[in-house]
Design a protein around this ligand. Sequence first.
Ligand code: G6P
Ligand code: MG
Length: 222
Amino acid sequence: QIKGFLFDLDGVIANTSAYHSKAWHQLADELGVTWTEDLGNQLKGVGRMDSLNLILKYGHKENVYTEDEKVKYAEEKNENYLKLLNGLDKSEILPGMEDFIKDLSAHHYLISLASSSKNSPLVLEKLDLRKYFDEKVDPATLKHGKPDPEIYTRAAESLKLKPEECIGLEDASAGVTSINGSGAISVGIGDPTVLKDADINFNNTSEVTLANIEKAMDNKKV
Ligand code: G6P
Ligand code: MG
């Protein structure tokens, strides 16, 4: 029986995944790494330094910079990202997600945040959604980022639930892999060819409702 929901933030609740991509694209240009849609998809859900390392690897530049230089580039990306967050408000909540979260809360499901982003408290605050979350995982305390299962395992633990009692929601391939590894049921939101490993797929956030999830679970008997 499902008792809890584990949420990714960027690209699931808020339109901020597009801002992360924009800021990484900007940095990739500066580093002389060609930006592609595939690279953009690889970065989704992945933590800050891991993302930079993926970009450098993609451009065959993994041995070009010192650790200190890499930290500087990661900070630069974050500053650009924070500029894009200026003026972020409730209008950037993805369609249907506020109602979905309210509905979960009304049905007494427990809710935890499983975002890799150190900026997630700021984003939730700006969207005025913090109050719906019973718990959250602090990404700074993780040994391994997504696609490792740790963050979803910890999110279930934060609610004192088994992963099997939880549904995780993701827009990123690395995130779906992380949910699946934890043992929770995975909902992939977005291109089903990119999110092909998800237990349940939705094309966009408007389709994400309790009724549709229940229907999908009945059909798939997950
Ligand atoms: C989320 C986003 C990623 C981002 C990561 C780290 O998972 O989907 O695009 O790289 O968080 O975010 P941060 O805000 O800490 O750099
Ligand atoms: Mg995401």
